[in-house]
Write a protein that binds this ligand. Structure first.
Ligand SMILES: NC(=O)c1ccc[n+]([C@@H]2O[C@H](COP(=O)([O-])OP(=O)(O)OC[C@H]3O[C@@H](n4cnc5c(N)ncnc54)[C@H](O)[C@@H]3O)[C@@H](O)[C@H]2O)c1
Length: 345
């Protein structure tokens, strides 16, 4: 979808300026037709640091105070997974467009409430499954649409983290689960490619390594998801890989079609850097070039800005988020009960 730059400027705020929210502020700062007016975060020091660095006002009275402001048209919400509903409902009630970090929510009830609030407001909602803007995923979608691969049949999707993520990076890992934290990224891609909804889910999970460290969330999930059109996806995620690895994300995606195959391995070709004591694999899919953010993270955020300014529907909507939440809650139920879960749409 081509990006046309409007002369209008979208005035925004960012709620939650942790790792991801700071990235949103940085991207908006680099996008010519966006301006971050204000930020807020429960961690006052964090908000002050990010606000000062990007010249944004810091709102101390919580997101309600921020949503009450008339000089803000749209908000990015980058709160922990389980805290999306209250902020999103209040943002829509205040008449703001919302770019909501993935996942839409961690329960079906919360997801339905967010979509209902958005529909009542008539404002735009995009859920930030930004991996769709990675070159390899986007090119594979184009190849599918051109017919070059035939029809999709099956995918294998692995997305893992090292132990650093649940034990050090996130303070709230016990409040989410791998389906909402990682598998959702690859389910979003699979639904996009298959053009179909999940109808039957089986899954297993295991606890152990993280519980031993006082974090009550499963170490790993494996799920087989059957779709209405016959496509099948195998999804697996863990977040207990050793921290000695040179990266914190391990990913592989294979798509098998009637007339072709795509293998998307974002770790290859790798950018490798070896110092005297450390072997590193720096990110090359998104990052700064000459101090300016580039890559899929920025492009997804640019898409949201363009959709609001040009009154277009975002590529990833609340309905997508709701379908993904329903499917992933079925994955969790299937793993909990050991029974297959059927879904109807
Ligand atoms: N799109 C992606 O690829 C991607 C990558 C990482 C994280 N995420 C998502 O982004 C969201 C945030 O994740 P993160 O890694 O930045 O987490 P984080 O813990 O680094 O940041 C969350 C921030 O929210 C703040 N916060 C918590 N409660 C608040 C409240 N009531 N009001 C205001 N601020 C509050 C915290 O102080 C923290 O600074 C999650 O939903 C996560 O799944 C998306």
């Amino acid at each position: 979808m081509p990006t046309t730059v409007s002369t209008e400027v979208l005035e925004l705020a960012v709620v939650g300026v942790g790792l991801q929210g700071e990235g949103h502020v940085k991207c908006y700062d680099a996008i010519p037709n966006a301006r971050v007016v204000a930020v807020c975060d429960a961690n006052a020091q964090r908000a002050a640091d990010v606000g000062a660095r990007f010249g944004a006002e810091v709102v101390r009275g919580g997101y309600e105070e921020l949503f009450a402001r008339e000089d803000i048209d749209a908000v990015s919400i980058a709160l922990p997974d389980h805290l999306h509903r209250d902020a999103a409902e209040k943002a829509f009630a205040a008449g703001k467009h919302v770019l909501l970090e993935k996942p839409l929510a961690t329960t079906v009830e919360d997801a339905q409430a967010i979509v209902a609030a958005q529909k009542a407001s008539g404002k735009k909602l995009m859920v930030n499954w930004s991996n769709r803007w990675m070159l390899a995923f986007s090119q594979t979608k184009e190849a599918l649409e051109s017919g070059a691969l035939g029809d999709p049949l099956y995918c294998y999707a692995r997305l893992n983290n090292t132990l650093y993520v649940p034990t050090k990076m996130l303070s709230w890992s016990a409040n989410t689960q791998l389906p909402h934290w990682l598998i959702c990224h690859r389910l979003d891609i699979a639904r996009w490619y298959f053009g179909s909804e999940a109808t039957r889910v089986t899954a297993v999970r295991r606890y152990g390594v993280l519980r031993d460290r006082g974090i009550d969330t499963p170490d790993l999930y494996q799920a087989t998801i059957e779709f209405a059109n016959g496509c099948v996806g195998n999804f697996e995620s863990c977040w207990i890989l050793p921290e000695s690895l040179p990266w914190i994300v391990d990913s592989k995606f294979q798509l098998i079609c009637t007339q072709g195959y795509a293998n998307i391995d974002p770790l290859l070709p790798a950018h490798v850097r070896a110092g005297e004591t450390k072997y590193e694999q720096p990110g090359y899919l998104a990052g700064d070039v000459m101090g300016e953010p580039t890559g899929f993270v920025r492009q997804a955020i640019q898409h949201f800005v363009d959709c609001v300014l040009q009154d277009r529907e975002p590529l990833i909507t609340g309905e997508d988020g709701l379908a993904i939440t329903r499917t992933l809650c079925a994955v969790i139920e299937a793993a909990e009960t050991g029974q297959a879960v059927e879904l109807s749409w």
